[in-house]
Design a protein around this ligand. Structure first.
Ligand SMILES: *[C@@H]1O[C@H](CO)[C@@H](O)[C@H](O)[C@H]1NC(C)=O
Ligand SMILES: *[C@@H]1O[C@H](CO)[C@@H](O)[C@H](O)[C@H]1NC(C)=O
Length: 589
């Protein structure tokens, strides 16, 4: 996901290539070719795969994804063992008292932590749940966990070596025009390329907020400051209803959390208009809407960071705001309408000077008949000064011919695609997570169970699937391991349905680790149903051009006993599996 990590991993990959016959160099990985034939590696490059499971981690909760969540961490020794067929990978622990994982996020962030705003403990506060994503910093030293329950708004920071929590914040609650109840939630947090800031997508609060990070010369974090003055509001007529706060008290190992809240909202940019004098969000009353469709609904989806310190904030209703994250408050340096950048994108990745973004299928039930796979590329060097609207235009890398007229797309004339989400039957598309492998970007299709790769210079497109053993036969050939790893307690569930979501490339470039959704998807129910929840291990083939699914690191959760509602376009699953992995990262050790 995060752009910088792919910059770093592409640098790492070129470095390995420069080593030439790497297998002869002591301590270096074996030749890529040898690894590719067997699907095995020699295990020299160590890493951990982290999956974020958004299901509830405690029993007795009646709503999906509202309390807790599990972190699944498998080290590469265990992953290699599983790939070799010598037993399933065992997840690692995050507490001094448990031998193995998965890690309950309610243990990592103990429920006795105290909130600076209310004086209440985490146990007494609402909305600490739905572990939507965990994203690593540029050094692989820390991760940021986003808890996405609307009304919650928590972001926690975890040390990747010790698995200890080091900080926990709650973002700002805002009100908007004609609305008196405070809204906030954290959809996604991404670190700046220099590791000195954490950019937070406060989705329900319609704001991008910033946590400033101080490190020592070993890149160890020594302070965390939620900076209220840095906030960029993206809604209309916004007002602060509940100030951001920080939690204090001991983590699971008895070590006190760090962090504070600084600055003033007086200095933040909560106004209605952009530097070009148009509404940030359409209909602001005091200025005209932006050109090319403007921005109808500015729930910020993902804050994609770039090597030049920019934040590409994708928006639910489409359009794009590009921020300079180095100023206080953060400043708008680029703005686009939703005919240029369609809605609900949350794949974003940088390669060299290009930042690639996609558009997918909207969250709420509104997306149930939508079909969207679009990818655009921005030149990251173009925003050293604030630019006019829709300037410069991005390159359109790919637009599926069957895209519905949603999220700003006015081409093609297709109003709805009613084909549901069942594999083999659905014709809908849903682009989502993106990563880089070699000279290719890879974008998943959550509904079609395929990954599209695009060459970063020629944009040549290659499609491979996650349903067949070879990645080339779809549902007609021998099945991929998702079939054998599928949930079996409901005969109606369609097996071999990976439902790939966010993903990241392993540090040696050999694998893509891909979040696979579960039979009871907590979010995007109309597109996210899958049969083999966990993290898919996709072997990279042809120097990054294609791939195939080797196996699945399976997750499971039968602690969560909520009764699922309707799953639009899917199967009304009646079994006990609730695991639903939404994000996967690979942390180099
Ligand atoms: C990998 O994880 C397993 C299971 O938790 C653990 O026993 C082992 O020590 C770990 N190995 C490394 C190198 O961290
Ligand atoms: C649904 O989307 C697919 C893929 O883009 C397309 O081929 C198909 O024609 C669409 N169906 C309808 C009814 O629009």
């Amino acid at each position: 996901m995060p752009s910088w990590s792919h910059l770093l991993s592409s640098i790492a990959i070129s470095y390995l290539f420069l080593q030439g016959s790497a297998s002869s160099v002591k301590g270096k990985p074996s030749t890529k070719g040898a690894a590719k034939k067997s699907g095995k590696r020699d295990g020299t490059v160590k890493y951990e795969v982290w999956g974020s499971d958004q299901s509830n981690s405690v029993p007795g909760i009646t709503s999906p994804g509202t309390k807790g969540g599990f972190v699944w961490i498998w080290n590469s020794t265990q992953v290699d063992t599983q790939i070799d067929g010598d037993g399933d990978a065992v997840p690692m622990t995050c507490t001094p008292t448990q031998a193995n994982g998965p890690c309950n996020i309610l243990d990592v962030f103990p429920q006795g932590l105290v909130d600076s705003a209310t004086g209440l403990t985490l146990a007494e506060l609402p909305g600490f749940g739905r572990l939507h994503s965990i994203i690593q910093d540029p050094f692989g030293k820390y991760t940021a966990a986003s808890l996405f329950v609307p009304g919650g708004g928590y972001v926690g920071i975890i040390d990747t070596n010790t698995k200890q929590a080091i900080g926990l914040f709650r973002v700002t609650g805002f009100t908007f025009e004609g609305q008196t109840t405070s809204a906030r939630s954290v959809h996604m947090c991404i670190w700046s390329a220099d590791g000195k800031a954490l950019l937070v997508s406060n989705l329900n609060g319609k704001a991008i907020e910033r946590i400033d990070i101080t490190r020592n010369n070993q890149n160890v974090i020594t302070d965390l400051q939620f900076n209220k003055a840095a906030t960029m509001g993206l809604g209309r007529n916004m007002a602060v209803a509940e100030e951001a706060s920080v939690f204090s008290g001991p983590n699971a190992f008895g070590v006190n959390l760090i962090g504070s809240v600084v600055g003033s909202y007086e200095d933040a940019d909560l106004g209605d208009v952009t530097p070009n004098g148009v509404c940030k969000e359409n209909g602001c009353g005091t200025a005209p809407d932006g050109e090319a469709g403007g921005r109808p609904n500015n729930l910020p989806i993902c804050p994609i960071t770039s090597s030049n310190g920019l934040v590409y904030s994708t928006l639910a209703g489409g359009g794009l705001i590009i921020l300079d994250s180095s100023t206080t408050p953060m400043a708008i340096v680029g703005e686009y309408g939703n005919r240029v950048v369609y809605g609900a994108g949350c794949g974003g990745v940088q390669k060299n000077n290009q930042v690639f973004l996609n558009a997918g299928v909207a969250a709420s039930g509104a997306g149930a008949t939508q079909s969207m796979f679009a990818v655009v590329s921005f030149d990251d060097t173009q925003y050293t000064v604030s630019r006019p609207q829709n300037t410069p235009m991005p390159v359109r890398v790919f637009q599926d011919a069957g895209n519905t007229m949603t999220g700003g797309n006015i081409e093609g004339g297709i109003v709805a695609n009613e084909s549901g989400q069942l594999p083999g039957l659905t014709t809908r598309r849903d682009s989502h997570g993106m990563t880089v492998a070699g000279d290719y970007i890879h974008a998943v299709d959550r509904i079609q169970n395929v990954i599209e790769s695009f060459h970063v210079d020629t944009y040549e497109r290659t499609t491979y699937d996650l349903e067949s053993l070879t990645g080339t036969n779809g549902r007609t050939g021998a099945a991929s391991k998702c079939f054998q790893r599928s949930v079996l307690d409901d005969a109606d569930l369609i097996l071999n349905d990976p439902a790939p979501d966010l993903l990241e490339t392993s540090p040696d470039g050999e694998y893509l680790m891909v979040a696979f959704r579960g039979p009871v998807p907590v979010s995007v129910e109309h597109g996210g149903q899958g049969s083999c929840p966990g993290v898919g291990i996709v072997q990279v083939l042809e120097d990054g051009k294609s791939g195939k699914l080797l196996d699945v690191l399976r997750s499971t959760n039968t602690v969560d006993t909520h009764v699922p509602g309707d799953i639009p376009g899917g199967i009304a699953y009646k079994g006990a599996e609730r695991s639903d992995i939404h994000g996967a990262i690979v942390v180099a050790k």
